[in-house]
Write a protein that binds this ligand. Structure first.
Ligand code: SAH
Ligand code: SF4
Ligand code: F3S
Length: 451
């Protein structure tokens, strides 16, 4: 056989997209393609895109401009746009980017080999049909060896928050069968993976007809007690007591929940269609903390949603202070065409959005610093994930409650669980010293005695 055709792929957006890229690579490997990290020598160049905010799309337009230059040098190169922006912009993308040969939405990845063949024969193609059933259940994602793996367990979102494109780019919710997810986790365990993250845009509304998300988590946690289980992103509405209990009962399910609140104002939460009030969110946090006293929580917050007043903003700051999140991902509201919020106008001035965003970041930073500070001199179990990005002498890894820890390499190896004594901290990172291998025990419950 002639040399394999080589694919180069860049991935933007959320972890679901990273997981999808592994599905695409698997489909392409089956069709006889190899993977390359060199753009210049690639036969096929793909970008797997995100459409969640305007700036995500702008970045991708910039990147497509670069690809245009590479294609001039190598006219036979096939250029494709995959993912959420492909789904959202479709024909517009084809029209504005004449060097793009294919545009493929998240539910049409099985058609990629066929579309590449067509492109080689000079035919540009669009495949953006959304499916009610496609979940790539039978495709084993092509993963590089490592410590940590993601598994998409459900796709799509039916929540329709008024600001969000995801329900339009990813379509309706559908779940994989519990058996297929468990099989995949078994396979990963056998390959030496130490951590799996179960993914879905609305992961806790998972239901395969028989099993809900708590059942799935319990089944996955049983596969290998030395494997850490994480999940994202849950929606507060579907955060059942059964699920909280399952998290608390299983020592290898990480002691951490990312629970997006978006705003602290009831008026804005209603306009966002988040389906909970500030009071309900706070009650949920209280219940979680009563059941699992030392759980860590993080959140997502949007500043400058249409009609947001100074009062609404202060209510958001109050919620942050009241919950004392361990961390927050914060975004300036970005209007997305065809969403409900798009029709509400974008009436908070850009400078005001930035100002409010900075307020939120300042308040959260102080809380994060205080919470991290409380960990100084404590000993945490850390899974060694790799070299620190800042220093070749250090490794980094995360604690069970998702704090990043940096420590001198010493004798240890990637993939080991270590006990690390925390020596100093800042608002984002803990710095510590290894005390050696941790005595990782299975079967220990964190649930409060009366929960
Ligand atoms: N399904 C998840 C994540 C969705 S996207 C959830 O429900 O939380 C991740 C985050 O991006 C969201 O939580 C929200 O904070 C932010 N986001 C989504 N649409 C946005 C928009 N139009 N402008 C600004 N931020 C947005
Ligand atoms: Fe978007 Fe809301 Fe669905 Fe999250 S729950 S993906 S924010 S619509
Ligand atoms: Fe972006 Fe699509 Fe994920 S819009 S955040 S890549 S689901």
């Amino acid at each position: 056989m002639a040399n394999k055709r080589q694919v180069y792929i860049e991935t933007y957006g959320c972890q679901m997209n990273l997981a999808d890229t592994e599905v695409v690579l698997s489909i392409l490997a089956d069709a006889g393609y190899g993977q390359t990290t060199s753009l210049r020598s690639a036969d096929v160049v793909f970008v797997n895109t995100c459409a969640v905010r305007e700036n995500a799309e702008q970045r991708i337009y910039g990147r497509l401009g670069d690809f245009r230059r590479y294609k001039k040098e190598n006219p036979g190169m096939v250029v494709g746009v995959l993912g959420c922006m492909a789904e959202r912009l479709r024909k517009d993308l084809m029209q504005s980017e004449s060097h793009v040969d294919l545009v493929v939405g998240p539910d049409e990845y099985r058609r990629i080999p066929e579309l590449i063949e067509a492109a080689i024969n000079g035919e540009r193609g669009i495949a953006v049909r959304l499916s009610r059933v496609e979940n790539y259940d039978d495709i084993l994602p092509l993963r590089t060896e490592g410590i940590s793996a993601w598994i998409s367990v459900m796709r799509g979102c039916d929540k329709f928050c008024t600001f969000c494109v995801v329900p339009f780019t990813r379509g309706r919710e559908r779940s994989r069968s519990m058996e297929s997810v468990v099989r995949e986790v078994e396979h990963l365990g056998a390959r030496g993976f130490k951590e799996v993250s179960l993914l879905g845009q609305n992961v806790n509304s998972y239901h395969d007809g028989q099993n809900d998300f708590a059942d799935l988590m319990a089944a996955v946690a049983r596969v290998d007690r030395s494997m850490r289980i994480r999940f994202m992103t849950p929606h507060p509405q579907d955060m059942s007591e059964k699920l909280v209990r399952t998290i608390g009962e299983n020592e290898n399910i990480c002691n951490y929940i990312h629970l997006p609140v978006q705003s602290g104002s009831d008026r804005i939460l209603d306009l966002m269609n988040r389906t909970y009030t500030r009071g309900e969110y706070l009650a949920l946090v209280k219940k979680i903390r009563t059941m699992i006293p030392d759980i860590s929580l993080s959140t997502d917050i949007i500043s400058g949603f249409p009609t947001e007043t100074a009062e609404d903003h202060h209510q958001t700051l109050d919620v942050i202070r009241e919950v004392e999140f361990d961390g927050a991902f914060t975004f300036k509201y970005s209007p997305r065409e065809n969403t409900k919020a798009w029709h509400m106008g974008d009436d908070v001035a850009e400078e005001l959005k930035s100002e409010r965003l900075n307020d939120i970041i300042d308040v959260q930073r102080e809380i994060s610093l205080r919470k991290n500070g409380a960990m100084v001199n404590s000993v945490c179990e850390v899974l060694v994930e790799g070299e620190s990005t800042k220093s070749a002498n250090d490794y980094c890894g995360r604690t069970d409650n998702n704090k990043m820890v940096v420590f001198p390499k010493g004798e240890c190896e990637i993939g080991q669980y270590l006990d690390i004594r925390i020596d100093r901290v800042n608002s984002a990172t803990l710095f510590g010293t290894s005390l050696g291998l941790s005595g990782r025990q299975a079967g220990h419950s964190r649930l409060a005695a009366n929960a």
